[in-house]
Design a protein around this ligand. Structure first.
Ligand SMILES: [Zn+2]
Ligand SMILES: [Zn+2]
Length: 242
């Protein structure tokens, strides 16, 4: 799989529905480069890094994590450089580090609602040997916004609630008008049966509307235009109210 060039300095390794593998994004900065999300396994990280090298680009110094779900974080032990997530993501992954990876334990977590069948089904596909799972923590967990200066552009990091999870980290790259949101444009499968709670959706929509972006980079589909994503979110709002 090759990197797809999205704008002057933004690239991505496209998603794969087979194992619910998300897009992994890459921003080529002058002083250092940044990856968005760590992917789901060693295999996934290796595929990403191979594609980066093939494109003649340097490996990322930072990996930013959009939220705690396994498909975005289980690659963390295999990345190079530093990682940054929201403080809530770090906290939740500390819990996940105590999870046992046996069929019994996985089914038990589905009963208690700690995890969902959709994730477990895909985890079994990506990890035929469940003993291969290692959960690592991001180096930093931030509670307030921060900025990374790449020398030729800034990345703004916003830890916040989203309709998809409580621990989102949104990343805005104003130099190229790109916004990275992970799965924040979806409903919440853990707390809300896959629906978007109207108040959470409203707050999220108000926030992203205030940012100047033209492209919205989402987790599991091709990036969307500002117009499309705002319209889609408005429709989600409608269905959340119905
Ligand atoms: Zn995802
Ligand atoms: Zn997710």
């Amino acid at each position: 799989m090759q990197l797809i060039k999205l704008t002057g300095r933004v690239y991505y390794l496209p998603d794969n529905q087979e194992t619910d593998q998300p897009n992994l994004y890459y921003i080529h900065g002058r002083d250092f480069s940044v990856a968005i999300d760590a992917g789901q396994s060693m295999r996934h990280v290796e595929e990403f890094y191979r594609a980066i090298k093939t494109a003649g680009l340097p490996l990322p110094r930072y990996t930013l994590i959009t939220h705690w779900h396994w498909d975005h974080t289980f690659g963390l032990p295999y990345i190079q450089g530093e990682s940054i997530a929201s403080a809530l993501t770090r906290q939740q992954l500390k819990r996940v580090q105590h999870w046992a990876w046996t069929e019994e334990a996985m089914l038990e977590r589905e009963k208690t609602g700690e995890d969902i069948p959709f994730c477990n089904a895909h985890i079994r596909k990506e990890y035929p040997d469940l003993n291969g799972i290692t959960v690592a923590l991001p180096r930093r967990g931030i509670e307030t916004p921060m900025t990374l200066d790449m020398g030729d552009g800034h990345l703004h990091l916003y830890p916040m609630d989203s309709p998809h999870s409580r621990d989102a980290l949104l990343i805005w790259f104003p130099a190229e008008k790109v916004l990275f949101v992970g799965d924040a444009d979806c409903g919440d499968y853990y707390e809300n049966q896959g629906l978007a709670a109207p108040d959470r959706l409203e707050n999220y929509l108000n926030f992203i509307r205030s940012l100047d972006f033209e492209l919205c980079c989402i987790g599991h589909d091709a990036p969307e235009s500002r117009e499309n994503i705002l319209q889609y979110m408005a429709e989600l709002k409608q269905s959340a109210r119905d």
